[in-house]
Design a protein around this ligand. Structure first.
Ligand SMILES: Nc1ncnc2c1ncn2[C@@H]1O[C@H](COP(=O)(O)OP(=O)(O)O)[C@@H](O)[C@H]1O
Ligand SMILES: [Mg+2]
Length: 290
C-alpha cells in the first residue's frame, strides 16, 4: 500500500509546523512502528536541522542532496536527479534508530524557485502552467518513494508559494497546526476554503483537512475558548490533543549529539506527543501494522 501523503501547512510562520512535523514523524516511527519520510519544503530548513542535526544536514548540502538540486536539475541539466537519491534514512537523534527518513531543504531553494519562475516567464509561460510543471515534477519524484513508506509528511513554508501549493495538491490529507487565537481562526477558515477548492479543482478525490492546536496555553481563557470554537466548527477534523506551549517542546528541537530516549527528548511532553501519534493514526487511513 502506498504511503499516505500528509502536508503540514499554515499560512503563518512560527505556529509549530516544523516542530509538529518532526515530533509526529518520531512518534509514528517509534511508537507506531511506521516508516516515515519527512520532506522539508521550507528554505528556512528548520525541519531538516531538527530531524538530522546540523552536521548531517551540511553533508547533504555538500553532496547536492537537498531538494533545490532536484528541481534545478530539471531546468539546467539534461538529466534530472533521481528524487530517491535525496533521501537520507534513519536521521533522528532518538535511541533505537526509528525509521525516520529525510529529504532536506536548503536556503538556495528560494533562489531556485525565483530563477525557475523567471526562466518560465521569459518563455511566455503563465503562472498556472508553471504551477502545473512544478506539481508534475514533484509528483514524479514522490512516485519513486511512495511505496517505501507508510507516511510522507511534508513540512511547508509559510505563505503562498508554488511549492506549498504543489504540496497541497499532492496531499491525501492536510494538517494545519494552529495557535488558538482569534486571528488564526479567521485565517484558518479562509485557508480551509481555498485549500478544499484547490484540491477539488486540480485533483479530485477525497482529501482530509485536520487542525491541531499548538502553543496552547490553558491558563489563557482566550486559548481555551478559541480551541473550543474550533472543535465545535470542525468536529472530527480537530485533534482532541492540544500541544501546549512548553519549554520541553522547544528543547526537543535542539539536536543532541548523543542519542536519547523519547522520554529524555520530549520530557514532560512525551505523553502528549505520543498521543498526537495515536490520534493521527486514528484520523488518517493507514496500512496494517508491520
Ligand atoms: N509547543 C511549543 N512550545 C514551545 N515552543 C514551541 C512550541 N512549538 C514550537 N515552538 C518553538 O516556536 C518556534 C517556531 O516553531 P516552528 O515549528 O519552527 O514553527 P513554523 O514551522 O510554523 O514556523 C521554534 O523556536 C520552536 O522551538
Ligand atoms: Mg517551519
Amino acid at each position: 500500500m502506498p504511503a499516505r501523503l500528509v502536508s503540514v501547512i499554515n499560512m503563518k510562520g512560527g505556529v509549530g509546523k516544523s516542530t509538529t512535523t518532526v515530533s509526529l514523524a518520531e512518534t509514528l516511527a517509534l511508537h507506531q512502528r511506521r516508516r516515515v519520510l519527512v520532506i522539508d519544503l521550507d528554505p528556512q530548513t528548520n525541519a531538516s536541522i531538527m530531524a538530522a542535526g546540523p552536521e548531517k544536514w551540511n553533508a547533504l548540502r555538500e553532496a547536492e542532496r537537498t531538494l533545490d538540486f532536484y528541481f534545478e536539475s530539471y531546468i539546467v541539466q539534461q538529466k534530472p536527479k533521481p528524487f530517491k537519491s535525496l533521501v537520507e534514512t534513519r536521521v533522528s537523534d532518538l535511541k533505537g534508530k526509528p525509521d525516520v527518513s529525510l529529504c532536506a531543504a536548503a536556503p538556495e531553494f528560494r533562489i531556485v524557485e525565483r530563477d525557475m519562475i523567471e526562466s518560465f516567464v521569459k518563455r511566455g509561460f503563465q503562472i498556472d502552467q508553471i504551477q502545473k510543471w512544478i506539481c508534475e515534477r514533484f509528483a514524479n519524484g514522490l512516485k519513486t518513494v511512495i511505496n517505501d513508506y507508510d507516511y510522507i509528511l511534508i513540512d511547508c513554508p509559510p505563505g503562498i508559494s508554488l511549492f506549498a501549493e504543489a504540496a497541497l495538491i499532492a496531499a491525501d490529507a492536510i494538517l494545519v497546526p494552529t495557535i488558538p487565537d482569534y486571528v488564526s481562526r479567521l485565517g484558518l477558515i479562509t485557508f480551509r476554503k481555498r485549500a478544499l477548492r484547490l484540491i477539488n479543482e486540480r485533483r479530485g478525490g477525497a482529501s482530509q483537512l485536520m487542525v491541531l492546536a499548538t502553543k496552547y496555553d490553558e491558563t489563557f481563557s482566550l486559548h481555551r475558548s478559541e480551541a473550543q470554537l474550533l472543535k465545535d466548527n470542525l468536529g472530527e477534523a480537530m485533534f482532541d490533543v492540544r500541544i501546549p506551549q512548553h519549554v520541553d517542546i522547544a528543547k526537543a528541537a535542539e539536536w543532541s549529539e548523543t542519542p536519547r530516549t523519547f522520554d529524555q527528548k520530549y520530557g514532560a511532553m512525551a505523553p502528549t506527543i505520543a498521543k498526537l501519534g495515536e490520534e493521527f493514526m486514528s484520523k488518517v487511513d493507514l496500512a496494517p501494522a508491520l
